[in-house]
Design a protein around this ligand. Structure first.
Ligand SMILES: [Zn+2]
Length: 523
């Protein structure tokens, strides 16, 4: 599918092992990217924002024939699983990959001193705009594989590799207007509309201004000349106003008092930076909620993007995400530019989305303060949407990482009539998580541990502290690193120190390791 991935390993002096996992990066060269976008423009298709998005989008194609048509390139940068340890350094591995027919970056260097590394970084930074592809930095790796192993990995990022990013691209331009967007939670976000400016190869016309406080802090006014920055894939940002260019005609900006989408009242809660539209029927919220529901982090309904959702809501075809599952071909055909084939494709994409994982479904619902990670924890602990929907605040706070604020949002969300209507529609449509009904493998809510906070001090002899923590969490308890008045139990191992003294002064019950283990066995 990608020409620079060889179909077979080319024989070389080094015999390849029986099994080898080759890691690398798929890249679209800048020229190829421009050509692809020109073609898409002619065909009336949406353009890709940058080569990185184009490459990622091409890889995500379900039909590999489409991927094969895209001008993709592959650079190998390392080895994962391997059946025999035939390499002792990263460099050897790269050279072997090259000899077997893989493309590796021509800029790979073996460096021996920190000064060399710094020089190399400066050199790459200076030639980056002349390269045939975009790079955002370099990666320094420890060459010796045995040292790599000793250094290990922390939460998925290896300690033996260091990404050194280049500074962001910056340019100056003029803010022609400031408009307000309303998100799915009703938050109003001011957006700067700017005179188009090319920043590091990408034309930028908009930048987020975050909120009124940010605008006030940077004193950004309509008509100002500003310094704008674009780093990687993130939304461009206004760094500062060039005050020397002020003419006196610039206009300060104030958030509107009514929602630009629905005319509803806009409020700013004490202690919050954001202004919000408080109208629950606000179409911007309804649309945003459905877009989120159908997005990749949600039920991943292919082809159901922003434009289509806007039309569906504006024409009253859907009022919430549940209505998506009751759309008919006839109703879809009434939309702009909706052909027979695309209507069928959309309906089958919606049909396919009916068996999400529970975590995805929870995330798709768009519960305030609940993101992908929290959704996963909730799915693991409650095992079904029904259990989650009837969970009380104290059961929710027993889940690791869920505090009282999040728990309150979850309870509010499920007690809302709109939510109940939505859940009814989903159930009626047959949207059932493919992993629900299974008993949760992780959670046993135990009367002794459930909802309690444990602190460990000293050395445990029978398990590591991490293992002990996991055992507590499995039983619905929480752990903390420091003793406070909220601590329920302190488990004291050998040579317990200051935490034990503090626990005594707070009169917190103290368990020996033996007592703790007994409790674990009982529950
Ligand atoms: Zn509104």
């Amino acid at each position: 599918t990608i020409p620079t991935i060889p179909l077979a390993i080319i024989p070389s002096s080094l015999e390849p092992p029986a099994l080898i996992e080759i890691r690398g990066e798929v890249v679209m060269r800048t020229e190829a990217f421009k050509k692809l976008n020109r073609k898409r423009e002619e065909a009336g298709e949406p353009l890709f924002a940058n080569p990185r998005n184009a490459a990622a989008g091409s890889l995500r194609q379900l039909d590999s024939r489409i991927t094969a048509k895209r001008p993709l390139d592959f650079f190998a940068y390392g080895v994962g699983t391997i059946s025999e340890n035939i390499f002792s350094t990263h460099w050897e591995a790269l050279m072997a990959l090259k000899s077997w027919g893989f493309q590796i970056s021509e800029f790979c260097r073996r460096l021996f001193h920190l000064e060399e590394a710094i020089d190399f970084y400066r050199h790459m930074s200076s030639i980056r705009s002349t390269l045939p592809y975009e790079i955002d930095g370099i990666v320094l790796k420890v060459d010796s594989l045995s040292l790599q192993e000793r250094l290990g990995t922390v939460s998925r990022s290896p300690r033996w590799a260091l990404a050194c990013k280049f500074p962001a691209h910056q340019e100056t331009t003029v803010i022609e207007d400031i408009v307000v967007q309303v998100g799915r939670t009703g938050v109003l976000t001011p957006v700067a509309i700017m005179r188009p400016v090319n920043i590091g190869g990408v034309t930028v016309t908009r930048a987020t201004l975050h909120n009124q406080d940010e605008i006030d802090r940077k004193d950004i006014r309509i008509g100002d000349t500003v310094l704008v920055e674009r780093a990687g894939d993130v939304i461009p940002e206004v760094v500062k106003v060039i005050e020397g260019k002020r003419q006196g005609t610039e206009k300060p900006f104030q958030m509107p008092l009514t929602c630009p989408e629905c005319g509803g009242k806009v409020v700013r809660e004490a202690g919050e930076a954001a202004h919000r539209c408080i109208n629950p029927e606000c179409p911007a919220k309804v649309k945003g909620g459905i877009i989120h529901f159908a997005s990749r982090a949600g039920l991943d309904i292919e082809g159901l993007g922003e434009k289509l959702v806007n039309q569906l809501v504006d024409r009253n075809l859907v009022k919430d995400a549940g209505d998506l599952f009751f759309l008919t071909k006839e109703s879809l055909l009434s939309l702009d530019r909706m052909a027979d084939k695309s209507a069928e494709n959309l309906l089958s994409a919606i049909e396919r989305a009916k068996k999400p994982s529970l975590a995805r479904l929870i995330n798709a619902l768009g519960i305030p303060l609940v993101g992908e990670t929290t959704a996963r924890s909730l799915a693991e602990h409650f095992g079904s949407l029904e259990n989650l929907a009837k969970a009380k605040a104290e059961e929710l706070t027993a889940v690791p990482d869920i505090g009282p604020e999040v728990a309150r949002e979850i309870v509010n969300f499920f007690s809302n009539k709109k939510t109940r209507d939505l859940l009814d529609k989903l159930a009626q449509a047959g949207v059932i998580p493919d992993d629900s009904g299974k008993p949760s493998s992780h959670m046993r809510f135990s009367p002794f541990f459930g909802g309690k906070t444990f602190v460990f001090t000293g050395t445990l002899s029978r398990m590591t502290r991490e293992e002990a923590r996991r055992e507590v969490e499995k039983r619905g308890g929480k752990t903390s690193d420091s003793v406070s008045r909220k601590t329920d139990y302190v488990v004291a191992g050998e040579q317990a120190g200051s935490k034990l003294l503090k626990a005594r002064s707070y009169h917190i019950p103290i368990l020996t390791e033996e007592e703790f283990l007994l409790r674990l066995e009982e529950e």
